[in-house]
Design a protein around this ligand. Structure first.
Ligand code: GAR
Length: 213
């Protein structure tokens, strides 16, 4: 077996996607090894969940930095010190500077709770309900300087049901996120999905693992 990718998960909140990834990574065959969970919020619920799973945690409170660049530099130093090879954003609600994104290009992924390119940013489920779409879902993508716009690695579809509220749609979507994200991180960590010339390319039929309905 080739070495597992040393992976950091960046969170800002409850960390349910992080928990799904930790569960997948508990299998020694999973190609990513989670060696660090980093939060920009001291009270993030995911920190306790990571500690329960014996994964080292670190807080870098963004409020302690004058600029985004200073915060990103501090994050980068921690990632380098931990020998991180793959950065996984999981409900990390800070915009990253172009310099940081460029440095980690092809080695940093994010999950977003819509079928991109629809409904970027925040209040995603409200946007979907307002638009009246019959299907929503979630997207895993490589992170680029443009928010929620990097090359798509995988998507999962969920129906929008009459009577849905933002909360019910969010909960249904989250279930799909927990299936999609471990599959997508596994493909990227193993090199079966990778960024080439601004597009995601796959080995063989590996894409089928991250095209979920
Ligand atoms: C998830 O739904 C994730 O897709 C979303 O935040 C939630 C975090 O939940 N991320 C974004 O909206 C990023 N733009 P979690 O902390 O339980 O994983």
């Amino acid at each position: 077996m080739t070495a597992r990718r040393r992976t950091a998960i960046l969170i800002s909140g409850r960390g349910s996607n992080m928990a799904a990834l930790l569960e997948a990574a508990a299998n020694p065959e999973f190609p990513a090894e989670v060696v660090l969970v980093l939060s920009n919020k001291p009270g993030a619920g995911g920190l306790a969940r990571a500690a329960e799973a014996d994964v080292p945690t670190q807080v870098i409170d963004h409020r302690g930095f004058a600029t985004r660049a200073d915060f990103d530099t501090a994050v980068d130093e921690v990632l380098e010190a931990a020998g991180i090879e793959l950065v996984v954003l999981a409900g990390f609600m800070r915009l990253l500077t172009p310099a940081f994104v460029e440095k980690w290009l092809g080695r940093m992924v994010n999950i977003h709770p819509s079928l991109l390119p629809s409904f970027k940013g925040v209040h995603v489920h409200e946007q979907a309900l307002q638009a009246g779409v019959r299907f929503s879902g979630c997207t895993v993508h490589f992170v680029t300087a443009d928010m929620d716009a990097g090359p798509i690695i995988g998507q999962a579809v969920v129906p929008v049901v009459p009577g849905d509220t933002a909360d019910t749609l969010a909960a249904r979507t989250l279930g799909a996120e927990h299936r999609l994200y471990p599959a997508a991180v596994g493909l990227v960590a193993s090199g079966q999905a990778r960024l080439e010339d601004g597009h995601t390319v796959y080995d063989g039929d590996a894409w089928t693992a991250v095209t979920l309905s």
